[in-house]
Design a protein around this ligand. Structure first.
Ligand code: SAH
Ligand code: SF4
Ligand code: F3S
Length: 476
């Protein structure tokens, strides 16, 4: 680890000790530790960041609560990717005003992508003055120092860094589950797709050294985790800027060599950096799931170029064909943006054609949302929201049909499923196949955390239903 980042880690630890002394004094006075509530918006990267914030909170003597009403400290980890994500945050922060009135000593913090966007940060300062701490994305290490200052009585503290210091290693993590874990391998993004706010709010790409990622993966496997999802905005460019010579295919090979019964997923892949070497690595590494989330965004070359995506529909199809040839049973999911500025219905039909051809297992579909500070926010956008809505529904209908056909094909098959937890339906367990489909089956809680063969009996449109096949040699 470089010296600067070791310094940040030690600073975080030193400040955490000070807050811990406060929590202990609180305990002496009240008979319980102060309570912290966290809420996360946005992508898996943000969920993972919150896990580090929660790790620090625990280290500082805070008790994590799911009851917002009993919290002494609230952190909202925000997202800025689309306007509706921001609106949701503003709504929820607005609703906290009443809580703060009832309990003036309550400390409120906002962090994450939205705080790094100048317009949103300004709106927060102007209209939500009761927020005590605002800090940026990739900045968990700052939490102890900021909380200490708030506990000393400071208010309106704002610290925005943009994560240029890179990923600070060694901070504690408090993960949500016991079966599946997120493992960040990089942060930031260098791609500047013309519609996307992420590079503006998350800063440049920084990959974690190979030894750090492998060390954390080993610790997770030893702790009993059965699935690791490697996280990054563009995992395919993992290794850029590292001095250890690692790249993403090498990382997959090295993770695959770790002993144990577990599987590896990753997200997100960018088609422009999805090399044949990477597809070969997925094919060779038996622990890596045969599922690739490969956002295509559009099927029109004209739109792709204006999105600054650096690939064509043909290149995308070629990747899919190569992966299908090399990885038996591989499945694909994708992201699509409908109504990009200047997109015509002809362009949109090319997206539909690509979807019909590739046949994705599922799609994450979004209507274009202009983000201030991005190039596309300034492009002329003549198509009406009503028209875009019509296209969007057409896309959903097509995908529903394809998804249903692909799911129905699984009926009667036996699939390896990781049983992850109780389902919402009494007596049922829920899990995922290697291809990422949800499976529900009757089963006992003692099976949670195990891989089991499940015979698929029925396909619903969001999941498969099945029955666990007893292991060989078991009774009955
Ligand atoms: N790094 C990932 C995606 C991050 S954002 C990648 O490159 O694939 C997740 C998805 O949100 C994107 O794939 C895109 O489909 C969508 N998205 C991003 N910005 C958007 C915007 N301004 N309007 C609508 N959808 C957007
Ligand atoms: Fe956004 Fe593009 Fe980076 Fe993904 S690759 S985070 S869509 S800029
Ligand atoms: Fe949102 Fe930031 Fe993720 S903008 S989607 S939380 S990287």
């Amino acid at each position: 680890m470089d010296e600067n980042k070791t310094g940040l880690l030690w600073e975080a630890k030193r400040q955490a000790q000070t807050v811990r002394a406060y929590s202990e004094a609180f305990f002496a006075e009240h008979g319980h530790f102060p309570a912290a509530y966290t809420r996360t918006y946005g992508c898996q990267q943000n969920v993972s960041d919150t896990e580090r914030l929660r790790g620090l909170l625990r280290e500082m003597g805070y008790r994590l609560t799911e009851q917002i009403g009993e919290a002494d400290f609230i952190i909202m980890n925000t997202c800025a990717v689309r306007e509706n994500a921001e609106d949701r945050v503003f709504g929820h922060v607005g609703a906290l005003k009443g809580l703060k009135k009832k309990k003036p000593e309550l400390i409120l913090a906002l962090c994450g992508c939205m705080t790094q966007q100048p317009a949103a940060a300004e709106k927060l300062r102007a209209h939500y003055p009761y927020v005590d701490i605002i800090f940026g994305a990739n900045a968990a290490w700052q939490l102890p120092g900021l909380l200490r200052r708030a506990l000393e009585g400071q208010r309106g503290i704002t610290e925005l860094t943009g994560g240029e210091e890179g990923y600070v290693e060694g901070l504690p993590t408090c993960r949500d589950g016991k079966v599946r874990a997120f493992l960040p391998i990089m942060q930031g993004c260098d791609n500047f797709c013309s519609y996307c706010i992420v590079p503006h709010v998350r800063g440049r790409e920084h990959s974690r050294p190979l030894c750090e990622v492998l060390g954390e993966a080993r610790a997770l496997i030893e702790a009993g985790y059965r699935e690791i999802t490697l996280l990054g905005q563009n995992v395919n460019s993992y290794g850029k800027g590292l001095s250890d010579g690692a790249d993403f295919p090498l990382l997959l090979h090295r993770l695959n060599e770790i002993e144990g019964d577990f599987r590896i997923r990753f997200m997100t892949s960018h088609p422009k950096d999805c090399s044949h070497a990477l597809i070969d690595a997925i094919a060779r590494c038996e622990k890596v799931c045969s599922h690739i989330h490969l956002p295509v965004q559009s099927g029109s070359d004209r739109v792709l170029e204006r999105m600054n995506r650096h690939y064509t529909g043909e290149k995308y199809r070629e990747l899919i064909a190569y992966a299908r040839e090399r990885i038996p049973g591989v499945s694909f999911t994708s992201d699509i943006i409908v109504g990009f500025p200047g997109e015509s219905y002809e362009d949109f039909k090319e997206t539909l054609a690509l979807i019909k051809e590739v046949r994705f297992h599922s799609l994450y579909t979004f209507i274009f949302s202009p983000r201030s500070g991005t190039a596309a926010a300034g492009y002329p956008d003549p198509v009406s929201p009503e028209e875009k809505g019509k296209w969007f529904r057409e896309l959903l209908k097509l995908q529903e049909q394809i998804g249903a056909e692909l799911y129905r094909r699984e009926e009667g098959r036996t699939l390896r499923v990781l049983l992850e937890g109780p389902s919402k339906t009494e007596g049922m367990l829920t899990g995922h196949t290697g291809s990422g489909i949800i499976v529900e089956c009757p089963g006992d809680a003692s099976l949670i955390g195990q891989f089991r063969q499940v015979k698929i009996t029925r396909a619903l449109n969001w999941a498969l239903l099945g029955e666990i096949i007893p292991p060989m040699g078991a009774e009955n």
